[in-house]
Design a protein around this ligand. Sequence first.
Ligand code: RP5
Length: 167
Amino acid sequence: MEQPKVGVVMGSDSDFQVVKKAIKVLKDMDITVEARVISAHRTPEKAEKFAKEARNNGFDVIIAAAGKAAHLPGILAAFTTVPVIGIPIKSSALDGMDALLSIAQMPPGIPVATVGIDGAQNAGLLAAQILSLKYTEIVDKLEDFRAAMAAEVEKKDAKIREEAADI
Ligand code: RP5
């Protein structure tokens, strides 16, 4: 039976602390993750090979994280029609704005779905939502995630109402 599988590629191991949040959300939903360090600039041939083989290697979605002149998501997207989600990493003097614009401002024809700066959890969730079209067992997991999130907000609401009443 086919398994949902996401490639989580980062430009450097220094991106890993942020990228972990995408991996966690995917693993919590029983989605197979292959995590890799591949640099668009330092190992361009490897980036090309990974992207060209992605569909045959069973990847349904690719998440690509990079900081600074963040060309990794765009380069991967150029070599595959598997959907690519880019995570701009806050790793430079420009606080991630450089990466955000490098990832979001793709030319027409080669889209990269871009989440916010360091928005790794949303990248994982968006990948899961895309996968849920093909693997419908993920739908319940997405709904459970949202219900848990709403329950947290309800708790916070009750707490703040109590605290505000005491001021
Ligand atoms: C980017 O440059 C990487 O994605 C990382 O965010 C940043 C710094 O890389 P290192 O110098 O820490 O390897 O390519």
